[in-house]
Each structure stands twice: as structure tokens, then as C-alpha cells.
Design a protein around this ligand. Structure first.
Ligand SMILES: [Zn+2]
Ligand SMILES: [Zn+2]
Length: 230
């Protein structure tokens, strides 16, 4: 099961309320966090799925890790690429991890993380960023604008569900996918279903969903607190 606990960008949304990037997967008794961008969203994960023992962190921007503070004194294994742990934006955690255990993972090498099979790969953002494929079928692709070729080749035809950066309205430049790029990427990867997330608050959700439907993509813009079978 996927819990979309925080579906917003760094600014969040006021209405409907969307908190920064915080997602969780539950499989049996195992719960894993996919980013932890909001303390409150992490608290909801704990209440709905139980306390996660592991977290995958994509990159060092604070809207993807500040919720780690909730588990700083309770124990959590944190996994990311070594470039994230070395980045100045992540220094606060590295300098004082308390009960967080930091584990660097290499790209394209499968590892077991709290009972989930995880493969990390590089994304394309303004700072070094890792994406993750979990249990061979769910891919976490944020923050990113497009994909490096090796990552695209690895995922194409393999991944079933993607949680994908769809931040930007058309015509706005930045190190994120426009929502149209996110839809087109989902089609190119031949996914079963796309979760379009991290949208900036000025985006019209109907316009996004109409575009996805016109292209024949099964897409959803999830709300905070919703769960999905994946
Ligand atoms: Zn972000
Ligand atoms: Zn970012």
C-alpha cells in the first residue's frame, strides 16, 4: 500500500492542504518512508502505517528531509546516495544524527531496506538527486526534470507505478518536470499508473488531468492522507 502523506512542493498548498514530499509504502509489517519533507506528514505516516524503521531520502533540499526530525530520537535507518550526505544542505543531520543511522547506497545495486528490495539511480535536478525503484515495480522520481539516459533505459518497460515530479506549469523554467513532461515521460516509460505530485499551487488540476486523459494515461493527482494499492 502507498500512503501519499505529503503531496505538495516546498511551499505546500493551503487549500486543499498539501504538505511537502512525504510518502510511505507498507508491505505486511514493514513500512518504509519515501522522503520525509514534513514533520506533520511523518506523524500521520506513524499513525496510519505504524512507525517506519527505514527511510529513502532523494536529495538534500529541506522539503524532502525536514520530517526526519520526528524520528531523530526514536531510531531510523536513513538511506541515500553519498552525495546527499555530503551536501551542505544536509549538514545539520550529518553533524548531529542522534538516533538516525545514515547509510550510503550505490546506484544500480539492489539492496534490502527493511524488507523491501531497493535500487537507487540518478535523477536530473539542481543538486545531486537519487530516485528509487522499490520491489521492482514502484519508482520514486522526484525531484527531476526528465531522466538521465541510463535511468530511463533501466526503468522503461519494467516499472509499473511512478510517483513523479510534475511541478511546473507550461512555460515556467526550472529543474523540475512541467506537468506535460511528467505525463509524456510516464507514457514513454509505459507505466500502468502515474501519481503526479509536487505541483506548484498555481497549477489547475483539471488542466493536468485533462491532458493526461487526452494522451490515454491512467494518472492521479493524489491528496495528502490517501492510500492506494500498488
Ligand atoms: Zn522538492
Ligand atoms: Zn529539490
Amino acid at each position: 500500500m502507498l500512503l501519499t502523506s505529503g503531496t505538495g512542493p516546498a511551499s505546500g498548498w493551503l487549500r486543499p492542504r498539501r504538505r511537502p514530499s512525504t510518502y510511505a509504502l507498507k508491505d505486511g509489517n514493514n513500512t518504509i518512508l519515501l522522503d520525509a519533507g514534513s514533520p506533520e506528514a511523518v506523524m500521520d505516516v506513524i499513525e496510519i502505517f505504524g512507525r517506519p524503521k527505514c527511510a529513502l531520502i532523494s536529495h538534500a533540499h529541506a522539503d524532502h528531509w525536514s520530517g526526519l526530525n520526528v524520528l531523530r530520537w526514536k531510531g531510523l535507518k536513513v538511506y541515500s546516495h553519498e552525495d546527499t550526505f555530503a551536501h551542505p544542505y544536509f549538514k545539520e543531520i550529518v553533524d548531529a544524527p542522534f538516533d538516525l543511522e545514515l547509510n550510503a547506497i550505490e546506484y544500480f545495486k539492489p539492496i534490502n531496506v527493511c524488507g523491501f528490495e531497493v535500487v537507487a539511480f540518478p535523477l536530473k535536478h539542481s543538486i545531486p538527486t537519487a530516485g528509487f525503484l522499490i520491489n521492482g515495480k514502484v519508482a520514486y522520481l522526484l525531484d527531476t526534470k526528465g531522466l538521465p539516459e541510463e535511468t530511463f533505459k533501466y526503468l522503461k518497460g519494467r516499472v509499473e507505478y511512478i510517483i513523479v515530479d510534475s511541478a511546473l506549469p507550461e512555460g515556467v523554467k526550472g529543474p523540475h518536470n512541467s506537468f506535460k513532461e511528467a505525463v509524456d515521460l510516464s507514457l514513454d516509460l509505459e507505466v500502468k499508473k502515474a501519481f503526479l505530485v509536487h505541483l506548484l499551487p498555481m497549477i489547475d488540476m483539471d488542466e493536468v488531468l485533462d491532458y493526461a486523459e487526452s494522451k490515454g494515461l491512467d494518472a492521479v493527482i493524489p491528496y495528502d492522507g490517501h492510500t492506494y494499492k500498488v
